[in-house]
Design a protein. Sequence first.
Length: 255
Amino acid sequence: MCLILFSWKTHPKYNLVLAANRDEFYDRPTAAAAFWEEHPNVLAGKDLQAGGTWIGVNKSGRIAAITNYRDPQNIDTKARSRGQLTLNYLLSKDSPEAYLRKVKNSGIHYNGFNLLVGDADHMFYYNNVNHQITELKPGTYGLSNGFFQENWPKLKKGRNALEKAISEDDISENRLFDILADNEIADDAALPKTGIPLEWERALSPLFIKTEKYGTRCSTLIYSETNGDGVLVEKTYPTENGQGESFERIDFNGG
């Protein structure tokens, strides 16, 4: 998951309105969002290579999402899969803050990540680069592959577009997907400097990424009401490696 835009407790009907893109290599095997056979309370897509997930919810109204922190100079190929952090939260009974404290104090090594975990009442964020746990106040937020709310062009554009999209009581699903489909490349002067070549900074600057071997694999919308009930909508895009297009709309009950 490389782009998460969300509004927390600002809409009259929904506690949470979230729109996110998962960017990944096209050849990484993936299963579309569904309730998991081995964990029937978990609703999420599945990384079939490492067994975790990039974003998901459960029947208790808990939500977890993760992005990688881009730091090419500090990559450990033997580190644990970050997708387990989201799955473990969805399986846990710990409060969001208690879970993040366990992650922070565990001593288990992961490559850099941004982790978002919440329930019907609270939303927390943790980054293992600056090691800060933050409870989020009501607002509209954006998260990509830098620090939380960092003003990358795609985040500024995405946050502004989301704020406009949710200004009405009835949210247009198509409008949210249109936001996530924006493939405009940012101006060079506005690009972040994350340690990768300029051509890659350009290629990774749109909300929707498409390169020869890597890009946006799916888009996810999540709406969660104050009681934890909600819906997850996932649009999966076809790849040249054989993954077909799919569309999933699945209700979850947080009562």
